[in-house]
Design a binder for this molecule. Structure first.
Ligand code: SER
Length: 316
């Protein structure tokens, strides 16, 4: 039986992925952990403990005690926040991964999931339909840490035969946990401000097109990748994954169709430069060929659900 450890279960991905994993593997078999308290439903539906991924001694005790077979490492400092505290962000993003990789080799963990990002790309990368293999010269601390992380994952796979799986997530849009600190997070904030105030001041320019994905697609894609027969996988760094591409203007136009009074203004800050260094759309044919990936949500469908769910959330 699989025993799964989720690190970062209170975060944007973790708070949804933990529940999805519990549906698949059984509530008692998915151990949620974080350095901060988790949402109620995470604590209600299965085990939750406060745990710091940087504390390698407690981590190894935990893994041995609960006979953990799979680890999802979701704790990270995102792009905007990492630029504010570069060395701390590098330390947290890298040391957490290296702790897990080494522990996995020592204890014999069967499978690991670690998220990478479109932030591994940079100004020299082709922007449209960015290929799986291309120039990767990131300019952000977050991107540099993700690129280095990808190389470490492939290294541990080649050298120690560890089964590590990874996705280069596009910007993720979700309503359960408010995102924080990312360049793509305008596309989450905008919904909260639209519902609360009817207007939003965007920190990117109207035409800053970026690859994005609605969280239910990202969660399904992650579990599908983890369930795929290892022999089918050809990418051992991190898979490109594509959902929807849009810019702030297109998103605000879609919101206006449902909330006609909605107003958007633009005040680009340092994150505009980050956005300009990232692709606009992603070629994910490796994911499509190797494990049958296909996204489901488009801009219209996502906007409708986001507005509805954020409105419900504001009322409760
Ligand atoms: N959503 C992330 C960020 O903007 C990209 O992986 O930092």
């Amino acid at each position: 039986m699989e025993k799964i450890l989720v690190i970062g279960s209170a975060g944007q991905i973790g708070s949804e992925l933990t529940l999805a994993l519990r549906n698949v593997y059984g509530e008692g078999n998915v151990y949620a952990t974080d350095i901060r308290d988790a949402p109620k439903d995470i604590k209600k539906t299965g085990p939750f403990q406060l745990l710091d991924v940087m504390d390698d001694k407690r981590l190894i005790h935990f893994v041995i005690r609960y006979k953990i077979t799979q680890i999802y490492l979701l704790a990270a400092v995102l792009s905007g926040n990492a630029e504010r505290l570069p060395l701390q962000a590098w330390d947290i993003n890298m040391r957490s991964l290296l702790n897990i990789l080494d522990l996995a080799r020592e204890v014999g963990i069967k499978k690991i999931f670690w998220p990478s990002s479109i932030a591994v790309f940079g100004l020299t990368t082709p922007k449209i339909n960015t290929p799986q293999l291309t120039y990767t010269e990131p300019n952000t601390v977050y991107g540099i840490s993700k690129l280095a992380g990808e190389r470490w994952c492939e290294y541990y796979h080649n050298k120690f035969n560890l089964d590590i799986r990874s996705i280069r997530y596009p910007g993720l849009i979700s309503y359960k946990t408010e995102a924080g600190g990312g360049t793509t997070d305008y596309a989450v904030e905008i919904f909260y401000d639209a519902v609360r105030n009817g207007k939003y001041e965007c920190f990117l320019k109207p035409d800053a097109t970026l690859p994005m994905m609605f969280m239910p697609d990202a969660i399904r894609g992650t579990i599908e990748l983890m369930e795929t027969d290892a022999l089918k996988l050809t990418v051992h760094s991190s898979y490109n994954l594509s959902g929807i591409s849009f810019n702030p203007k297109e998103l605000s136009d879609e919101i206006k169709k449902i909330k006609p009074g909605f107003e958007i203004t633009y005040k680009p800050d340092f994150r505009q430069k980050i956005a300009e260094s990232w692709p606009q759309s992603i070629d994910d044919s490796s994911a499509r060929n190797d494990w049958g990936w296909k996204h489901e949500y488009d801009l219209k469908k996502m906007t409708k659900i986001m507005l509805k769910e954020v409105t419900v959330k504001q009322r409760t």
